[in-house]
Design a protein around this ligand. Sequence first.
Ligand SMILES: Nc1ncnc2c1ncn2[C@@H]1O[C@H](COP(=O)(O)OP(=O)(O)OP(=O)(O)O)[C@@H](O)[C@H]1O
Length: 231
Amino acid sequence: MIIEINKLKKTYAGRTVTDIEQLTIGAGETVGVIGNNGAGKTTLFRMLLDLIRPDSGEILSKGKNVADNDQWKQYTASYLDEGFLIDYLTPEEYFIFIGSLHQMKSREVMDYLHRYEEFFNAEILDRGKYIRDFSKGNQNKIGITAALMQQPELLVLDEPFANLDPTTQIRLKANIKSLKSGTLTTLISSHDLNHVTDVCDRIILFEKGRVIKDIYTNENTLEELEAYFSQ
Ligand SMILES: Nc1ncnc2c1ncn2[C@@H]1O[C@H](COP(=O)(O)OP(=O)(O)OP(=O)(O)O)[C@@H](O)[C@H]1O
């Protein structure tokens, strides 16, 4: 088990946005986190990355509370939103900076990026522009690639398919699938039930901060979720 959540609560202005009694994620799982707008998906990810603190309860990563120590930072990579980017850098400068935090030399970073040529669709590298001047979808590609490049054990992506064109969504799914292994644990939030059931082994459905469904994906999962959301 890599993640263990115990009695986790968060409220904003008296409104419960997270209320999880107990939830564990096994190492190597690819988990889809779904739920309607405001269900608490991003709030959960932000607590997992210690960007905000819970009112009570804890999130343990490899047995240690993420709010009390920094060890999880060595094996966790994430992309939640554009706030993770550095607007005044070019994509190359940003990738090299992120790589340097993981002891990757510039050359290694640039070599590594070759494998994303198809994903980048000739729109990211060698453009001579700053990250701030890219479209939202291309900014997402930069952030997601920087997270993947860190070769983490725990990967956290918030709505990675949002703003991507259909071709890139399909390529991203293929990338995520190719990364699946015994050691990489991935948490992906998404509103796209097709993509999430295609890529994930397990789906956790939230409503008002609570876990409503926690299912291992099978051939009926998409239908079950569509039925749930069309109520
Ligand atoms: N800083 C904040 N101050 C007040 N309320 C907040 C804050 N952050 C989140 N919320 C509220 O918490 C609830 C959960 O928000 P969250 O962003 O976690 O949901 P979500 O499931 O990621 O939604 P979406 O699918 O729309 O991205 C929402 O009602 C939101 O308005």
